[in-house]
Design a protein around this ligand. Structure first.
Ligand code: SF4
Length: 180
């Protein structure tokens, strides 16, 4: 049996994840990592966390979650309350979440880190990959660049999440995206 490289996969929410997980598991030994202090309100955060835990258990995927440090998220995005989605606030938000992910990957000896975030049509894959590459250089861990929405990836992900009964929310996560 060939040995697969280990990959720590940042997850933003369960319904965005099935397609990416299926794809990556063919080539990598994947662990899901849930660090999303952007999600508002806390009740919604708890819900998304619980859904991802349940889904990981169902598909036999190792699952790790980090803390809900929303104060830190507000600190980092201060001054960007009015930014549009795909703007500077999102870049800061990606950086916060991926920085935590890469540090966990480094401390725990993973070969790669990646994120499912690029599945969303509302997310700029170039921005995500730029943030990932900067962190990869900073910490010395390989970042797997992706654009999961390509080749009808988003459509496939919607179908898969329906099959698994995963509820899809109508806003990205933060209080500002909820307001829009
Ligand atoms: S819209 Fe989404 S990616 Fe952008 S700052 Fe809000 S939660 Fe983060």
């Amino acid at each position: 049996m060939t040995h697969k490289s280990s990959l720590l996969l940042h997850i933003c929410c369960a319904p965005c994840s099935p397609y990416a997980i299926d794809l990556l598991r063919k080539d990598y030994d994947v662990t899901a990592y849930f660090y999303d202090p952007n999600i508002h309100p806390e009740e919604e955060y708890r819900f998304r966390l619980k859904e991802m835990k349940r889904f990981s258990h169902e598909i036999n995927l190792p699952f790790i979650s980090a803390e809900y440090d929303i104060e830190r998220w507000f600190d980092i995005t201060k001054g960007h309350e009015m930014d549009q989605e795909k703007g500077e606030r999102c870049s800061l938000c990606f950086d916060l979440r991926l920085d935590k992910t890469v540090r966990f990957a480094k401390e725990n000896g993973y070969d790669f880190f990646a994120t499912v975030l690029s599945i969303s049509p509302h997310k700029d894959a170039k921005m995500i990959n730029r943030v990932g590459q900067i962190l990869s250089n900073k910490y010395g861990i390989k970042f797997l660049e992706t654009n999961f929405k390509k080749r009808e990836g988003f459509k496939k992900s919607v179908l898969l999440s329906k099959e698994y009964g995963l509820k899809r929310q109508d806003y990205c996560g933060c209080i500002y995206s909820q307001r829009n």
